[in-house]
Design a protein around this ligand. Structure first.
Ligand SMILES: C[S@@+](CC[C@H](N)C(=O)[O-])C[C@H]1O[C@@H](n2cnc3c(N)ncnc32)[C@H](O)[C@@H]1O
Length: 262
């Protein structure tokens, strides 16, 4: 089975350049190519709502029976999600019923476009679900002008689904995302547990910066980013099978980690 992370890299020097080039090409067929895996991931994320521990919007209470959230009353509760490295919006789709706004950001403009096309097709408004091209992890640019408005801060939850192992500096990413959370907000990372390095000839080698993560590493990243309160890391039921080019299979275990901004 092909997975969202089984991919070929393009030319370029940094992981960011290679990821951007690769995922720009992937965007158009990402959802169909990885449909089974994506559906499973959405299920797994929803099974972890309590573990994540955000004060979610109750899906049934905030809808009018037609699946649409009511928007009456200025005091209505809001739960805002930042879906970083959002791709076509898997994490947003999983959490949309329990949030009031999903804001996606992805390095790849074609991924952001695919995310938006899907949101529009589902009849969601710009303020309910929208993605932007961008990079919050540029060491040279701690406060990108494009993300300076209030829409991009004070989130209740910031999540990265299967993006951490692509980042040049996951610890910096965690810090930048923590900075966009409100106090009491939750950072969520979904990624692979440590695994063997792929064969150097493996097509994914140059786009992947980390061969999974240990619990120690992830806890440290959360603590250093100021989101170590009530840190927890658990298994996600899905175990991914990667088909190598030679036909052999590799099993990868996924984790989900959460921590609160103190
Ligand atoms: C395997 S995909 C996962 C997408 C989505 N979160 C999901 O779960 O399906 C990894 C995504 O990370 C994005 N990405 C890689 N490096 C990034 C960075 N530094 N900043 C933002 N997005 C990045 C890629 O463009 C790609 O869309």
């Amino acid at each position: 089975m092909a997975t969202p992370c089984e991919h070929h890299h393009g030319a370029g020097t940094s992981a960011s350049e290679q990821n951007k080039e690769f995922f720009n090409k992937e965007a158009a067929h990402y959802d169909t190519k990885h449909e089974k895996t994506i559906n499973k991931l959405i299920e797994e994320i929803r099974a972890k709502l309590d573990f994540i521990g955000v004060d979610w919007v109750e899906d049934d209470e905030d809808t009018e029976g037609n699946g649409e959230k009511t928007n009456e009353g200025a005091q209505e509760k809001t739960v805002r999600l930042l879906d970083y490295a959002c791709g076509t919006g898997v994490v947003s789709r999983a959490l949309a019923p329990y949030t009031t706004q999903c804001v996606g950001i992805d390095l790849s403009e074609n991924m952001a476009t695919a995310y938006n096309a899907r949101a529009e097709n589902q009849g969601l408004t710009h303020s309910e679900m929208h993605a932007y091209q961008g990079n919050l992890c540029d060491p040279e640019d701690p406060n990108p002008q494009a993300f300076a408005s209030p829409e991009f801060s004070n989130f209740d939850v910031a999540a990265v689904g299967l993006g951490f192992h692509h980042f040049d500096d996951p610890a910096l990413a965690a810090k930048r995302l923590a900075g966009r959370l409100k106090t009491g907000g939750v950072l969520v990372i979904l990624d692979f547990f440590s695994h063997d390095k792929p064969d150097p000839s493996h097509p994914a080698t140059n786009t992947i910066t980390h061969h999974g993560f240990s619990e120690e590493q992830v806890r440290r990243i959360f603590e250093d980013a100021g989101v170590g309160k009530d840190f927890a890391m658990g298994d996600v039921g899905a175990v991914f099978h990667f088909s190598r080019e030679d036909g052999s299979e590799v099993r990868r275990k996924l984790f989900i980690a959460r921590g609160t901004k103190a």
